[in-house]
Design a protein around this ligand. Structure first.
Ligand SMILES: Cc1ncc(COP(=O)(O)O)c(C=O)c1O
Length: 305
């Protein structure tokens, strides 16, 4: 099945969407990206894009930081994305990668006097952390301090260093600390702990990306399970003694953490609250809970393609 991209203002084959070697963003990380999920509902034969508007709202904020003038508003970006995914015709879980970038072919570190462009492509993709529970380590790489917390391409270099260090040392994922030594987040996920029946997660001022899955989990825990979330600085030590721990992200969904720095978390199995949240989340993102249908954008005009 051919894959497509929206590139230079139109839908083309993904294999034909190419940029020049001098493109500014390739050299200096001057781009903003997003990751959006398409979740396949096999009974309805429908693909739902989860919290599409919120992803493009965050992208617009990142563009504001990088002085990228997007030629499309949020509604137009949503429309382009639905058309792209419809053309791809996926009947399985998939992933959508929009990118707003400095497209001028020029050398020189700056943000001004550069053209901008927007592209988006999509491909079938199952779970990112492809295991039922993850083994994590605390990374020796810290989250950069005093940088804008947006999905800016250039900001991801420490995350890449952390992820590869973790993988090469036999772990599935890295947990990064802030420069003050508080827990921040995974290389591509936010982190939650369960302590005494409550959810705890690092606060917005702890150098985290304000994840859309994080926000979803906080709302579902409150509405569906009556569980409150405390957003506060988290000590490294609390990672080891928590009753349960899980990671959240568009790519990783809700991934339970079994082990951190070779210490079992709780029983080392998937915790009760984590499992309940996973079940609710999986229903919500597939459009199975009418209460949360506003978060789900159907791709196919008639379900049952
Ligand atoms: C560093 C980082 N933290 C957290 C997240 C989770 O964010 P979201 O739930 O919006 O995907 C991501 C993924 O986008 C990420 O890259």
């Amino acid at each position: 099945m051919p894959l497509y991209a929206f590139f230079h203002g139109k839908l083309v084959l993904l294999s034909e969407a190419k940029i020049g070697v001098m493109t500014h963003s390739l050299h200096y990380g001057t781009a903003v990206f997003e990751g959006i999920r398409g979740n396949w509902n096999s009974e309805q034969r429908q693909l739902y894009l989860f919290r599409l508007k919120e992803h493009y709202h965050r992208m617009h904020e990142g563009c504001q930081v990088l002085k990228i003038d997007l030629p499309y508003n949020i509604d137009e970006l949503c429309q382009i994305t639905v058309e792209l995914v419809e053309k791809c015709g996926f009947q399985e879980d998939s992933y959508i990668r929009p990118l707003a970038y400095k497209s001028t072919e020029a050398v020189g570190v700056r943000l001004h006097d550069l053209e901008c462009d927007f592209l988006v492509f999509a491909f079938p993709w199952g779970p990112y952390l492809d295991m039922d529970k993850a083994k994590c380590c605390v990374s020796s790489w810290r989250c950069p301090q005093e940088v804008p917390r947006a999905k800016l391409a250039g900001l991801y270099i420490n995350n890449a260093l952390a992820k590869t260090e973790a993988t090469e040392n036999g772990f599935d994922e890295a947990i990064m600390l802030t420069s003050e030594g508080y827990v921040a987040e995974g290389s591509g996920e936010n982190i939650f702990l369960v302590i005494d029946g409550k959810l705890i997660t690092p606060a917005s001022y702890n150098d985290i990306l304000m994840g859309i899955t994080r926000d979803t989990v906080i709302k579902l825990a409150e509405n569906e399970l009556g569980i409150e979330t405390m957003e506060r600085p988290v000590y490294r030590n609390e990672l080891y003694t928590a009753d349960e721990c899980f990671l959240t992200g568009t790519a990783a969904n809700i991934t339970p953490v079994a082990e951190i720095d070779r210490r079992k978390i709780g029983t080392g199995e998937i915790g009760e609250i984590t499992r309940k949240l996973q079940e609710i989340y999986s229903d919500v993102i597939r459009g199975n809970k009418p209460k949360y249908r506003d978060w789900c954008t159907p791709v196919y005009k008639k379900s049952g393609i």
